[in-house]
Design a protein. Structure first.
Length: 294
């Protein structure tokens, strides 16, 4: 069973000027996502800047999001690590804190073999009962989880149920969906490829765009699932200039800048991420105005 269908948000983590997590703003952001129709929340993923959090902060944010959400929509906790023991620990703790599912990025920097990836993901899966989505993003990790590897895990490990696909390799994605015959839940990890992914059998998206346009992102996915392909395609294409602006610097720099422009008080990034360059912020501002959200 899919954890969800439709638009999941890769939620930012708002920080105060002193660097602390801003839980008051985080609560408001969660409530806004639910009110606007978002189908699931991913806490502490790449967009949530989990890589610069301590383990304590990481788990505190997951706990808080689960408590605020109150099971109204699923909460998927980002608990991946390039250390298998750490990934197991974070995953087990997230399960105890109420997460409905886990998102596990492939181990970065180590550059494991495909057999190493299988052993890593299986070790985490053996330590928890809740469903797991793998996260294939070779542009950040330096390693690709091959289609056959994902298929083997989804077909043979009961609680590994699918993948967030941000490789952009549609041939590999088509191979995966063919190999698994509907037994792997595939979500787009790229906002500019939501409808193309769903046309191959994908379940939806884990979205950066949804931070600033949750209702439109939900509507795009819902229209496709309801059979209105023409509307879903139109919504996808209308969002392309804004999506491009959201990735003109490394995520989540632009999306946090966008939220701050909208008055949502997402706050600063943590180093090594820095504030958006003025010329790019102008590009973002213009795209937001054209899209009608500023």
């Amino acid at each position: 069973m899919a954890i969800y269908e439709g638009a999941g948000v890769a939620l930012v983590t708002p920080f105060k000027d002193n660097g602390d997590v801003n839980y008051e703003v985080l609560e408001r952001l969660v409530e806004e996502q639910i009110a606007e129709g978002t189908d699931a929340i991913v806490a502490c993923g790449t967009t949530g800047e989990a890589s610069t959090m301590t383990h304590e902060e990481h788990l505190d944010v997951i706990k808080f999001v689960c408590e605020v959400t109150k099971q109204r929509i699923p909460v998927i906790a980002g608990t991946g690590s390039n250390c298998t023991d750490t990934a197991v620990y974070l995953s087990q703790e997230a399960e105890k804190l109420g997460a409905d599912g886990l998102l596990l990025v492939s181990p970065y920097y180590n550059k494991a073999t495909q057999n190493g990836l299988k052993a890593h993901f299986k070790a985490v899966a053996d330590g928890v009962k809740i469903p797991i989505l793998l996260y294939n993003i070779p542009g950040r990790t330096g390693v690709t989880i091959k289609a056959q590897t994902i298929a083997d895990l989804c077909l043979n490990v009961p609680n590994i149920v699918g993948v967030k696909e941000a490789s952009g390799d549609f041939s590999a994605i088509a191979d995966l969906l063919s190999l698994t015959d509907g037994k792997a839940d595939v979500y787009s990890g790229n906002d500019n490829q939501i409808i193309p992914m769903m046309s191959l059998g994908g379940k939806g998206v884990i979205s950066v765009l949804s931070n600033i346009a949750p209702a439109k992102t939900h509507e795009m996915c819902r229209a496709y699932l309801d059979g209105d392909v023409k509307l879903s395609a139109r919504l996808q294409l209308e969002a392309i200039p804004l999506i491009n602006a959201l990735f003109c610097e490394v995520n989540p720099i632009p999306v946090k800048a966008a939220l701050n422009l909208m008055g949502s008080q997402a706050g600063p990034m943590r180093l090594p991420l820095t504030e958006m360059e003025d010329k790019n912020q102008q590009i973002l501002k213009n795209a937001m105005k054209e899209y009608g959200i500023l």
